[in-house]
Design a protein around this ligand. Structure first.
Ligand code: HEC
Ligand code: HEC
Ligand code: HEC
Ligand code: HEC
Ligand code: HEC
Length: 406
C-alpha cells in the first residue's frame, strides 16, 4: 500500500513528540488554572495585607476557601465574600477594595440579606466579571460605579435605591433613598398617576396596572422610537432608559400615547423611572419586611395568574405543604391543635396574622395565645417562615369554609 511506502519513522517521531509536548503543556495550564482560580489570587493578596497591616496571627488564621452567605429563605447563595473578604471586619475600614470593611448598613445585616439583594450582580459567580455582571446583556448587572457612570450618575448609591425600594415600597421618606423619595412624591403631584393607572389595587383603568411594572421584561417595550437617540447619547439601551425617555415626553416614545406630557426635570424623570423599576413582585421572608408596613403587602395576583391558581387554592396548597394540616382540621374536629373552622369570625384579623406568622412569640407575649397554649397542654405551634402573602392566602382558605357552611 501507498501508506507504507511513505512511512518515514524519523519525521513521524518528531511530530508525535511535538504533539505530546503540546498536550502536556495544555494539561499543565489547565491544572494551574484549576488550582489558581481568580478568587484565590485575591485571597493570597488579602493574607499578605493582613500580615503587613494587621497582625501575623490574623494572617495565619486566614484559610483559603470559597466563602459564601447561604440564604435559604431568599433562595440565594452569595459568594461575593470570596473576594470581598474584609466586609465584616471593622478594623479594615482603611483597606483597599475588595478587602475593605463594609460601610455601616445598620439596621440591615448582611448575614440575613447577603449582598446581591442591594447591589445586584450574580451572587453565585466566582469571577469578578461575571459576579459584577459586566458581561454584555447580563440579566442582572451589578448596580455599581461603572453602570452608574453610563447613566451619568455620580455614584452607584443612586442606582441601588431601586433595590432598596423592593423592600421599602411602603415607606415614604427614608435616608439613603432620596431619588425614590422624590419619585414617590411625584406620584400624587402634577398629573396624578392613579387617575389613569391602578397602583396597589387603587386607581383608574384607562392605562396599564403599574403595581408590578418592574417585572415587565425588556422584550415587551418598544424601543424603536428612541433607539438611535440612546445609542447616540451613549446611554444604555435599557428599560430604565425607556422609562426616563417616556416620562420626559411620552409621545416621543409611544407616538399615539394618551399619557399627558408633564414638564419634569431630568432628575424628576429619573426618579420616576427608578421607582417604576423598583416595583417588582418579590416574596420576602417576614423578617426582611420593614416592621409597621407588614399588613400592606399587595397580594401576588400576577404570580397566581401565571399558575392559574386562585388565592384560596394557593392557601389550600400552603395549608398542606407548610404542615398546618398535620395538626389542624377545618371543620373536622380538634386534633393536635384546635379546629380552625369559623376562626376568622371568632378572632381579630390582625391577631390571626400574628398568630400564624410568629406563634412562638405570641405564646409568650399575647394573653389569648398564652391561654390557648395552656389549654392545649403546651404542645405549642411551630413558627414557619411564611411571607405575609402566604399568610393572607392561608387565611382566605380558612375563610372559604365559612361560606360553604352558610
Ligand atoms: C473574583 C473576585 C470578586 C468577586 C467574586 C466579587 N468582587 Fe466585587 N470587586 C472585586 C474587586 C477586585 C474590586 C475592586 C474594584 C474593581 O476592580 O472593580 C471590586 C469592587 C466592587 C465594588 C465597588 C466598585 C464598583 O464597581 O461599584 C462593589 C460594589 C462590588 N465589588 C460588589 C460586589 C458584589 C455585590 C459581588 C457579588 C455579586 C462581588 N462584588 C463579587 C472583586 C470581586
Ligand atoms: C442593605 C443593603 C446592602 C447590603 C445587604 C450590602 N451592601 Fe454593600 N453597600 C451598600 C451601600 C448603601 C453602599 C454605599 C455606602 C456608602 O458609600 O456610604 C455599599 C457599599 C459597598 C461597597 C463599596 C463601594 C464603593 O464605592 O467603595 C462594596 C465593595 C460593597 N458594598 C460590597 C458588598 C458586599 C460584598 C456585600 C455582601 C457581603 C454587601 N455589599 C451587602 C448597601 C448594601
Ligand atoms: C431585603 C429587604 C431590605 C432591603 C433590600 C433594604 N432594606 Fe432597609 N430595612 C429593611 C428592614 C427589615 C428594616 C428594619 C426596620 C423595620 O423593621 O422597620 C430596614 C430599615 C431601614 C432604615 C431605617 C428605617 C427606620 O425607620 O429607622 C433605613 C433608613 C433603610 N432601611 C434604608 C435602606 C436603604 C438605603 C436600602 C438600600 C441600600 C435598604 N434599606 C435596603 C429591609 C430592607
Ligand atoms: C391621563 C392618563 C394618564 C396619567 C395621569 C398617567 N398616565 Fe401613564 N400611561 C397612560 C397611557 C394611556 C399609557 C399607555 C401609552 C404609553 O405607554 O405612553 C401610559 C403608560 C405608562 C407607562 C408604561 C406602561 C407600560 O406597560 O409600558 C408607565 C410606566 C406609566 N404610564 C407611568 C405613569 C406614572 C408614574 C404616572 C404619574 C406620574 C402616569 N403614568 C400618569 C396614561 C396616563
Ligand atoms: C405541631 C402542631 C401544629 C402545627 C404544625 C400548626 N399548628 Fe396551629 N396550633 C397548634 C396548637 C397546639 C394551637 C393552640 C395554641 C398553642 O398551643 O399555641 C394552635 C393554634 C392555632 C391558631 C389559633 C387558633 C385559635 O383558637 O385561635 C391558628 C389560627 C393556627 N394554629 C393556625 C395554624 C396554621 C395556619 C398553621 C400552618 C402554617 C399551623 N397552625 C400549624 C398546633 C399546630
Amino acid at each position: 500500500m501507498n501508506n507504507k511506502k511513505n512511512f518515514n519513522p524519523d519525521k513521524d517521531f518528531y511530530w508525535l513528540a511535538f504533539f505530546s509536548f503540546l498536550l502536556f503543556v495544555v494539561v499543565i495550564i489547565a491544572f494551574y488554572r484549576e488550582a489558581n482560580p481568580e478568587w484565590k489570587k485575591y485571597q493570597r493578596e488579602f493574607k499578605n495585607y493582613l500580615e503587613e497591616n494587621i497582625s501575623p496571627e490574623s494572617a495565619s488564621a486566614f484559610e483559603f476557601s470559597v466563602k459564601q452567605l447561604w440564604l435559604p429563605e431568599l433562595n440565594k447563595v452569595d459568594r461575593c465574600i470570596s473576594c470581598h473578604l474584609g466586609y465584616d471586619q471593622p478594623n479594615l475600614t482603611e483597606a483597599p477594595e475588595p478587602y475593605a470593611a463594609h460601610p455601616d448598613i445598620l439596621p440591615h445585616s448582611v448575614l440575613k440579606m447577603g449582598c446581591t439583594i442591594c447591589h445586584g450582580g450574580q451572587g453565585f459567580a466566582l469571577k469578578k466579571k461575571d459576579a459584577h455582571g459586566e458581561v454584555e446583556h447580563w440579566e442582572e448587572p451589578m448596580l455599581g460605579a461603572k453602570l452608574a457612570k453610563k447613566y451619568g450618575f455620580e455614584s452607584e448609591k443612586i442606582l441601588m435605591q431601586m433595590n432598596c425600594n423592593t423592600c421599602h415600597r411602603r415607606d415614604e421618606d427614608l435616608t439613603g433613598m432620596e431619588m425614590i423619595n422624590l419619585g414617590k412624591n411625584l406620584l400624587t403631584q402634577k398629573k396624578k398617576c392613579q387617575t389613569c393607572h391602578i397602583i396597589d389595587g387603587k386607581g383608574g383603568k384607562l392605562a396599564a396596572d403599574l403595581t408590578f411594572i418592574g417585572d415587565k421584561p425588556a422584550e415587551r417595550f418598544d424601543f424603536s422610537q428612541i433607539k438611535d437617540k440612546l445609542i447616540e447619547s451613549e446611554r444604555p439601551l435599557s428599560v430604565l432608559s425607556w422609562h426616563f425617555e417616556h416620562f420626559m415626553n411620552p409621545k416621543a416614545v409611544v407616538p399615539d400615547s394618551k399619557m399627558p406630557y408633564v414638564k419634569y426635570t431630568e432628575e424628576e424623570a429619573w426618579a420616576l423611572a427608578m421607582l417604576m423599576m423598583s416595583w417588582r413582585s418579590v416574596s420576602l421572608p417576614v423578617m426582611l419586611i420593614p416592621e409597621e408596613k407588614r399588613e400592606e403587602v399587595p397580594p401576588p395576583e400576577k404570580k397566581l395568574e401565571k399558575r392559574k391558581l386562585s388565592i384560596v387554592e394557593w392557601g389550600k396548597e400552603l395549608f398542606e405543604s407548610k404542615g398546618c394540616s398535620e395538626c389542624h382540621t377545618i371543620g373536622g374536629g380538634v386534633e393536635v391543635g384546635p379546629d380552625l373552622i369559623g376562626i376568622t369570625k371568632l378572632r381579630d384579623i390582625q391577631w390571626l396574622r400574628k398568630m400564624i406568622l410568629d406563634p412562638e412569640k405570641m405564646e409568650q407575649t399575647d394573653p389569648l395565645a398564652k391561654k390557648l397554649y395552656q389549654e392545649y397542654e403546651e404542645t405549642g405551634m411551630p413558627t414557619e417562615e411564611l411571607t405575609l402573602q402566604e399568610v393572607e392566602a392561608i387565611i382566605k382558605y380558612i375563610e372559604s369554609f365559612n361560606k360553604e357552611s352558610n
